[in-house]
Design a protein around this ligand. Sequence first.
Ligand code: FAD
Ligand code: MLT
Ligand code: ZN
Length: 461
Amino acid sequence: MSDALLDEFRKVVGAAGLVTDPQRTATYLSDWRGLFTGSALAVLRPASTHDVARVMEICTRANVAVVPQGGNTGLAAGATPVGLSRAIVLSLERMHGIRSLDAAGFTIAVDAGCVLAEVQRAAHDAQRLFPLSLAAEGSAQIGGLIATNAGGTAVLRYGSMRALVLGLEAVLPDGRILDGMRSLRKDNAGYDWKQLFIGSEGTLGVITGAVLRLFPRPRARATALVALACLDDAVALFGMVQEALGETLSACELFSERALALQCAHQPGLERPLAAHPWYLLIEAGSSLPGLREALESALATAMEHETIADAVLAETSTQRDALWRWREAITESERREGPSAKHDVSVAISDIPAFVSEASDAVEAAFPGTRVLAFGHLGDGNIHFNVLLAPGGNTASAQITAVVHHIVARFRGSITAEHGIGRYRRDDLVAHRSQVELALMRAIKSAVDPDGAMNPGALI
Ligand code: FAD
Ligand code: MLT
Ligand code: ZN
């Protein structure tokens, strides 16, 4: 990069906001899984929306591409500047303030670089709940979570990020600021443009702030880990607990014995919670009204009588609750420690989950000897992380495995990504799995908002 351009950036973001030292830029240049590594002219860390706007103006004028980055926990490599000769990484990490919290109106306004755990904490301190929850919540930022329309473990009750955003502030590629920081629950004044930015993966502009919905904080929670003989029983149990617990049911998370065993191998100190069974469901409900635990206990007792479940453990304390959740939350990290995998973030109709998992597992393990299917995820959302642990030295099979899995997903009329997004990891798959009309519409939106193609080239579309 020319010294003059660097000086221009420095004038806007200050010395603390400009990183060019390769030792410091390295962490911004590869993805969480370590699959992609890129390069950039510099990493810019602006401290305000106004500074983001000025950076964008400079980039447009100097023909520099922009790759927005939040906590860099994305699982689709959307924030990694791969194959770009003139690009900057624009990190939102210095924009981490909570702008305001309206407890009576159940809203919170935050900067895009605010880490999810901080938003949860601020809500909690105000006797409110911000329900989005996922294992990367200590690092993932609100901007990144919006840009990927993140899901997590409470979508069943509260919806994914799209359902939680009331207002948005974003900077367009040419530097104009779109100020939609409104706390309105009803607003039909024209196109709802903020929806375009939710799930846009940094390809339309830079999200700089958001107004988010808050909820009453449940005073009681009931959490159980249940062992099951087969996936048909898991789906049947989901129906039973939904009926019994109604809208208080907030999580119904699935994992296999293989996932549990993997954790025993990679997370020292974890003690197996139940004797080995093929599948487990982690079920949680929350409410401020009495009788929740009794309702869950009674639903599980009925399921036991019908032989739908094999065994179950209920958390007695919040420490036990945390320990049960750890079995679900630490799977991704254990998988990473185990070695390379082909990840599939698919969704199918909930009642199709048993048939899909069985068919896809048989197909993959037969065609690719030595691979091991690691299926887990958000059963209550029909979202299965159908990850495949690769055989030693089998990295090259990854694309072929994905073709087999996605082919079966298509037959079930499912989606090739339910929550992680397309990024760079699934870009070619998007083209194969969306119709020409849908792709043409996506391209039309992209070129209307980002005519020069400066925003995150190579990601999504
Ligand atoms: P990044 O990784 O930095 O970026 C992700 C994408 O958003 C990129 O395309 C980037 O360009 C864009 N982007 C980032 N910030 C902005 C911005 N301010 N403006 C415009 N574009 C931006 N995801 C789930 O949905 N559910 C889960 O349960 C889940 N569990 C996870 C568990 C682990 C252990 C890990 C490592 C990840 C998990 N993820 C999950 C994936 C990841 O946490 C989410 O995708 C998250 O939303 C990414 O946020 P981030 O701030 O890290 O974004
Ligand atoms: C999770 O739900 O834990 C992550 O989204 C899944 C993954 O690592 O594939
Ligand atoms: Zn997930």
